[in-house]
Ligand binder design. Structure first.
Ligand SMILES: C[S@@+](CC[C@H](N)C(=O)[O-])C[C@H]1O[C@@H](n2cnc3c(N)ncnc32)[C@H](O)[C@@H]1O
Length: 299
């Protein structure tokens, strides 16, 4: 049995696969980007930036999820051999997973190049659009376990996407899919005006774009419609603001940092150029008020 310890040393090796053909330079493909609102984006396929600030936000998000859920997957995995991480981002989940399951071959895919250079020898990355990957015949029936973490906003048609994803699994394989809800839930059913308005704007704008962010309520039915059996949907409320003596204080602090850092990247591209830092600051002020009043976010 491998240890679950986070502090365990990992073997490292440079195994980095980048999907560009030999006639194209790295500069013009993987490293290309679009600058907007003072942020750097991959292109027009995805609403969130890919710059260092966003990469740091992803690290915060991983820390929050890991701490809240207590494990990398919560699935009954026995000796997984081939594992796929769709939308791997900065690759923390895939690195930890490859470290823990040393006999598994792990592949992380993403449209943006932001993965670490030094990774466990059983982990590699591929820069590719997930849609292109999932429809390819050669990937069918290959994987024991697939992980999708915070990919809402990247998919227009979840039913169809998941119908392809299920075909990548071996018989008896597992999918773990995690998404974060948009709303902040006030224990006393009271919410500040700017926050409610912002949440509705984000929900509506992402729906208008065809890439709804608030997929939580539909995840179970999407999975069943795609043909997954034994599905289990779990909703987790994470404290946002707690009394200083609370055992959940650390979780609440992680949630606070992550929630505040999410306002800007979510707003800028979705809500358009009229959205500036002043309005983001007002929303953050409301979130801080909620924190003072002990709210929760929902996953
Ligand atoms: C919010 S991040 C989540 C990263 C990581 N899974 C996590 O949970 O921290 C979403 C990631 O999906 C990637 N992405 C967006 N659209 C994609 C697509 N069509 N194909 C592959 N990756 C995509 C983005 O580049 C980004 O790194």
């Amino acid at each position: 049995m491998m240890s679950d310890s986070e502090s365990e040393d990992s073997a490292i090796d440079v195994v980095h696969v980048v999907d560009f053909d030999s006639t194209t330079s790295l500069d013009s493909t993987v490293l290309k980007s679009v600058n907007e609102n003072g942020r750097q984006y991959q292109d027009y396929r995805y609403i969130l930036p890919k710059d260092e600030k966003e990469q740091e936000r992803q690290r915060q998000g991983h820390a929050l999820l890991y701490y809240a859920l207590g494990d990398l997957h919560n699935c009954p995995l026995t000796n997984p051999q081939k594992v796929l991480d769709i939308g791997t981002g900065v690759g923390i989940w895939s690195t930890k997973f490859a470290d823990k399951y040393k006999s598994a071959v792990v592949l992380g895919i993403d449209i943006s190049y932001m993965q670490p250079q030094y990774v466990p020898p059983n982990l590699s990355y591929l820069i590719v659009d997930a849609w292109e990957f999932v429809v390819e015949e050669k990937h069918k029936g290959q994987y024991d376990f697939i992980y999708i973490g915070q990919f809402a906003g990247a998919v227009r048609d979840w039913r169809s996407f998941l119908q392809h994803v299920i075909q990548l699994l071996k018989p008896g394989g597992w999918l773990k899919w995690i998404e974060m809800g948009i709303g902040i839930h006030h224990k006393h059913h009271h919410q500040t005006e700017a926050l409610v308005w912002w949440e509705n704007q984000i929900r509506q704008a992402s729906e208008n774009l065809g890439t709804a962010l608030d997929v939580g309520p539909y995840m179970g039915s999407f999975l069943q419609q795609a043909g997954f059996r034994e599905t289990q949907v779990k909703e987790v409320n994470i404290p946002l603001g707690t009394p200083s003596e609370s055992p959940h204080k650390r979780l609440a602090l992680l949630n606070e940092a992550y929630t505040l850092s999410t306002v800007e990247p979510l707003s800028l591209r979705l809500l358009g150029s009229s959205w500036d830092m002043v309005i983001c600051a007002l929303v953050k002020k409301d979130i801080r008020q909620c924190i003072a009043e002990e709210c929760q976010t929902r996953w």
